[in-house]
Design a binder for this molecule. Structure first.
Ligand SMILES: *[C@@H]1O[C@H](CO)[C@@H](O)[C@H](O)[C@H]1NC(C)=O
Ligand SMILES: *[C@@H]1O[C@H](CO)[C@@H](O)[C@H](O)[C@H]1NC(C)=O
Ligand SMILES: *[C@@H]1O[C@H](CO)[C@@H](O)[C@H](O)[C@H]1NC(C)=O
Ligand SMILES: *[C@@H]1O[C@H](CO)[C@@H](O)[C@H](O)[C@H]1NC(C)=O
Length: 328
């Protein structure tokens, strides 16, 4: 039985507008902000800065007005960090194939991601974040290890038309409310992980499982208690690639991951979901759902009996944008 799910037409970014009242927004495919200042980054020296790090560092501490940073096409070999006291930054590249940020950090994974953001109210568009330590996976000289491309730790953060490339632990969706739209996320093992409260809409999940020679895991969510509001929701996404993969395994006991109206190619293992524990008590704490999905990997007949236990009313709470749009 499926209930027609009607989401109220509120957007995450409209909430930013209401709470800020200084940001006129246009709901086209691209976000348009009335930036108080636009900084140009260009490796050829014709902009204000030649590195993205220098541009971000030029934003005054405790910034309260939207500042736009336009990053001209190029491969930027650097690490970029947005500290907590630099909110309201909108970084726009020339497209995910044109503007790339690349580095190869692995240890400690907390501090070596190519991109790390701690501030609230951050919007990124048209940029790829790459951790090249194990990427491209085929032919990589390095043994597989945790190599994070982006770690997102600020609240109210949105990515449009962005790419995240790695092999293990590509995207650390660490904490806070996040929205990913029209993005591509690539990897093989736990490559979307953390305790974020996030909606991924119309995104491509690109699995490079052949590179590891065993079954991988798309997600590893880290909800620790029943009070936590965190969860990963994939809506109208596309899962493809090579090898074999699970939809997810838990990082912590109350992990919550939902795939809704998502295409799944035949790379999904029939069991679909992995549990950390074999006791039914522990398995019952997990919220792992794939509902109204389609494609050869979406047959749920062999999914474990502890998966897919949300009723339509419960599901509706997660697949609507209000899941990440409400305060508290
Ligand atoms: C942007 O803000 C300025 C100053 O507040 C205003 O004059 C201008 O009309 C605004 N532009 C747009 C496109 O809203
Ligand atoms: C920014 O705000 C924080 C918290 O209010 C304050 O502790 C800090 O000194 C401020 N920084 C600057 C450079 O004004
Ligand atoms: C990481 O990148 C640096 C700088 O580009 C390079 O010198 C180094 O060889 C790379 N290390 C690995 C293990 O790929
Ligand atoms: C789903 O899988 C089961 C068991 O493997 C099979 O019997 C059934 O025909 C499949 N359903 C569809 C729609 O392919």
């Amino acid at each position: 039985m499926s209930l027609l799910i009607i989401c109220r037409f509120i957007s995450f970014l409209l909430a930013l507008e209401v709470s800020m009242a200084i940001v006129p927004l246009d709901f086209g495919p691209k976000v348009q902000l009335n930036c108080s200042n636009t900084i140009h980054v260009d490796q050829s020296g014709r902009g204000n800065f030649e590195s993205i790090k220098a541009a971000v560092d030029s934003v005054p501490p405790n910034n309260s007005q939207w500042i736009c940073i336009y990053v001209k096409q190029g491969v930027y070999k650097e690490r970029v960090f947005i500290s907590r006291d630099r909110p309201f930054i909108y970084i726009v590249g020339d497209g995910l194939r044109q503007t790339q940020i690349v580095s190869n950090g692995t240890d400690p994974i907390d501090a070596t991601a190519t991109f790390i953001t701690h501030a609230a109210n951050i919007i990124i568009q048209g940029i790829s974040f790459i951790n090249s330590y194990n990427y491209p996976a085929i032919g990589s000289p390095n043994p597989m290890t945790q190599a994070v491309a982006a770690k997102i730790e600020g609240d109210k953060t949105a990515f449009y038309e962005c790419g995240f490339y790695g092999l293990q632990d590509t995207l650390w969706d660490h904490s806070g409310r996040h929205y990913f739209k029209d993005c591509i996320i690539e990897g093989a093992v736990d490559f979307i992980f953390g305790a974020g409260q996030s909606i991924y809409e119309n995104c491509v999940i690109s699995v490079v499982g052949e590179a590891i020679g065993s079954e991988g895991f798309i997600t590893s969510h880290s909800r620790q208690s029943p009070e936590e509001t965190s969860g990963f929701v994939f809506k109208h996404c596309y899962i493809g690639g090579n090898g074999k993969t699970y939809l997810g395994r838990p990082w912590r006991k109350y992990a919550r991951v939902i795939y809704y109206k998502t295409f799944m190619s035949n790379i999904i293992v029939p069991h679909g979901w992995a549990a950390a524990s074999s006791t039914s008590q522990d398995q019952g704490l997990l919220t792992f759902v794939d509902d109204e999905c389609f494609g050869p990997g979406a047959n749920t007949s062999e999914r474990p009996d502890w998966a897919n236990k949300l009723n339509p009313e419960e599901l509706q709470k997660f697949v609507c944008i209000s899941y990440i749009n409400s305060d508290g």
